[in-house]
Design a protein around this ligand. Structure first.
Ligand SMILES: *Cc1c(COP(=O)(O)O)cnc(C)c1O
Length: 413
């Protein structure tokens, strides 16, 4: 490829058919934000919506708003819109709880569907909460099921007649590596196992076709590419064919067939509603709806095209400008095997990222040595990539990264 120039990136932005979306988001002036895969940015409409929910629905409507503002149907209403983003049908997705809690509910319910099988399969280095929750389930069930982690290349071969559930993260949070969802799901079904996909780094970032791949269960995050805001509730998907027989362990009143009958005995609701536990976080779910609406108005194939182009250009640029400074690349160079991020490695990765952040270029660091750059195509510009890599080259060339202040670790990295 020819030597890239900043003008090439400016021109790509001029031709970008998604460029208009950027104006729907509020970005702090002078910032380059490459961390939409940890916390998406603020949709401008979410500010007005927050005011409305607080002032009108809560302040004025009070308890009446469960009906008049339809708070009661938020889990299903927002879930239906998310369904459209992940290749599911209305009625198969609900917004509730956190991703971690949703994993517990679904994994516990799933193992009951295949009695006699004892192995839950995942990969070492999966997102920590996924492994922790599965370890917790193993302990809770006194070892009746065991978590077994095998390297990603060996997952297909490791599935057998004893496998009850395969739990994998579709796009890996560190490397951005993308699993072949359809192939793994197909193999799992061949041996009679079920599959649960974590879509935290996929939803709103890469095309997902749950029903086309015949997926059983999925979970995902509201505050990453869906721009739902810090601590936004997560979501869960249960294929329609499993809903009637699924018994989830957190049998709270929001999942009851008739919560306001106030009866003593639990009776699960029909459909996806039985996956709910307690009272919906109304503020969080209402703001998540704003982010989901924006995402639903964008064309996923354009998002994917732009994100792949960005990844390719970022890798190319890093090769041209950073090669002498000891960076490695942790992401696949094959675009088909990459989500919407590129991860570089460097033994001074933490300090380099802090130096970048002090220049208002925000990516994130993942221990032990990963510099992670997420591309949210609705608000990241091509020229941001150029400016980011230029800044990194400067930080390396002038030794700026080596300041004591950039070595201090904060609680959240
Ligand atoms: C971000 C993320 C989560 C987050 O779970 P929470 O319960 O919201 O803290 C879970 N899984 C994966 C793969 C993630 O990337």
């Amino acid at each position: 490829m020819d030597t890239l120039t900043r003008d090439v990136f400016v021109e790509l932005d001029r031709q970008d058919s998604l460029a208009g979306f950027r104006n729907q988001f509020e970005l702090p002036a002078g910032h380059i934000y490459l961390n939409g895969n940890s916390l998406g940015v603020l949709p401008k409409a979410a500010k007005a919506r927050a005011r409305e929910v607080v002032d009108q629905e809560w302040g004025q409507g009070l308890i009446r708003s469960w009906n008049s503002a339809d708070w009661i149907n938020l889990p299903r209403r927002v879930g239906d819109r998310i369904a459209g983003l992940i290749g599911a049908e209305a009625g198969e997705v609900a917004v509730a709880d956190s991703t971690s809690v949703n994993l517990f509910k679904l994994a516990a319910a799933a193992v009951k569907l295949r009695p006699g099988r004892s192995r839950i399969l995942s990969e070492p280095g999966n997102f920590p909460t996924d492994l922790y929750i599965l370890q917790g389930l193993e302990t809770f069930l006194d070892g009746k099921v065991q978590l077994n982690t095998v390297d990603r290349d060996e997952i297909l071969a490791a599935m057998d007649e004893d496998t009850v559930l395969v739990v994998l993260t579709h796009v890996h949070y560190k490397s951005g590596a993308l699993f072949d969802m359809a192939a793994i799901t197909r193999r799992a079904h061949e041996v009679g196992a079920l599959v649960l996909w974590d879509l935290s780094h996929s939803t709103g970032a890469v095309p997902v076709a749950l029903n086309e791949a015949n997926v059983d269960f999925a979970i995902g995050c509201g505050y990453k590419y869906l721009n739902g805001g810090p601590g936004a509730p997560g979501f869960l998907f249960v294929a329609e064919r499993h809903q009637a027989e699924l018994q989830q362990p957190l049998s709270g009143w929001f999942g009851h067939a008739n919560p306001f009958a106030m009866r003593d005995d639990y009776e699960p609701a029909e459909g996806i509603k039985r996956m709910l536990c307690g009272t919906t976080p109304v503020l969080g779910a209402s703001l998540l709806e704003v982010g989901v609406d924006i995402m639903a108005s964008a064309d996923m194939s354009l998002i994917r095209d732009k994100s792949l182009r960005m990844g390719e250009l970022f890798i190319e640029l890093a090769g041209q400008r950073l090669s002498e400074y000891g960076f490695g690349i942790a992401s696949s160079k094959d675009p088909a095997q990459r989500g919407s991020q590129v991860s570089l490695t460097h033994e001074q990765g933490y300090s380099i990222m802090q130096a970048l952040i002090s220049r208002h270029i925000i990516g994130d660091f993942r221990a032990p040595d990963i510099l992670r750059f997420g591309f949210a195509p609705l608000y990241v510009r091509y020229v941001d990539l150029w400016d980011c890599v230029e800044a990194m080259a400067e930080i390396m060339a002038n030794g700026e990264w080596d300041r004591a202040e950039y070595r201090k670790r904060t609680a959240v990295t």
